[in-house]
Unconditional design. Structure first.
Length: 292
């Protein structure tokens, strides 16, 4: 098929969904309500991971232009996004890929502004993240992060500037632009990750390869922070806490340590210690309410 063109760019929108019909429909409503471009000028791909809540049927009925791909039901976020990205690449040649979480509600000029940011910073390989905030509190929820110290895994979420793109090291995949040059150089999301960390790993790959990784100015949508605490409290049994340690939607022990060893080897021993400490002695985190 021929890739659709928005102005001078051929653009593919990518998202994955699993049993979040209303959120997925709300995201698509915000996408189809964008100002300053015609949605018919872009190709939209949705990976529905065998949802049982009628997501695929509802999307097909309300948004027939969306290309729905059915997953296995076991892809999780990273697997779903890899699958839909691979599929889009098989369908045409694209200049830009726009990755979204299905629980984001875009502001009305989000797509136009993130592409305008790309026009400013593009340098033969760019990864640009759009920040989101809570509709309830107004606080920054997802976006770009900067490492506290080179070679170490600790990071801080960056408050976006109102006007200027800011360099960063890590990105959340909630609102993300990746250009074709970046894909040519570093590929797509790694198959080493099932759910979490694929976006952090991807941006670190880009940064290490010398590509431009930026936080776009302003905010691009609303998305609630649903990560919660990164440990199970002492009220849970040790069996449950160890299960959570290894669960890919919990602490994802093996995948997290792979990420740390790959990008921050100096932090590896400390990461192993911390994972087991919060599993065996969660009272420390319970008492001090630490998030990380």
């Amino acid at each position: 098929m021929e890739a659709q063109v928005l102005g001078k760019y051929r653009i593919a929108v990518l998202l994955a969904s699993y049993n979040r019909r209303e959120k997925t429909l709300a995201f698509l409503a915000s996408l189809f309500s964008q100002r300053n471009f015609d949605v018919s000028d872009i190709d939209i791909y949705l990976l529905d991971d065998a949802s049982s809540d009628g997501t695929a049927t509802a999307v097909a009925g309300s948004y027939p232009n969306v290309k729905v791909i059915t997953g296995t039901g076991k892809l999780f976020w990273a697997g779903g996004m890899r699958t839909v990205w691979d599929h889009a690449r098989s369908q045409g040649q694209y200049d830009l890929f726009l990755l979204f979480n299905d629980d984001v509600e875009l502001v009305e000029d989000a797509v136009q502004r993130i592409i305008s940011c790309y026009d400013v910073v593009k340098n033969a390989g760019s990864v640009i993240v759009g920040s989101t905030r809570s509709r309830v509190t107004g606080k920054l929820t997802y976006g770009g992060h900067t490492l506290n110290k080179k070679g170490h895994a600790a990071y801080n979420l960056i408050t976006p500037d109102d006007k200027e793109p800011l360099p960063c090291h890590l990105v959340n995949g909630n609102v993300l632009l990746v250009d074709a040059s970046a894909v040519e150089k570093i590929g797509i999301l790694s198959d080493k990750y099932t759910h979490y960390l694929a976006d952090f790993d991807y941006s670190m790959n880009a940064y290490t390869a010398g590509l431009g990784v930026f936080v776009a100015p302003g905010y691009y949508g609303y998305c609630e922070d649903d990560h919660g605490n990164s440990w199970l409290s002492a009220s849970y049994s040790i069996k449950d806490r160890i299960k959570y340690l290894y669960n890919v939607k919990g602490l994802a022990y093996h995948e997290y340590l792979y990420y740390i060893k790959k990008h921050f080897p100096a932090s590896y021993a400390g990461a192993v210690f911390k994972l087991w400490l919060k599993t065996l002695f969660p009272v420390i985190w319970d008492r001090f309410k630490q998030r990380g």
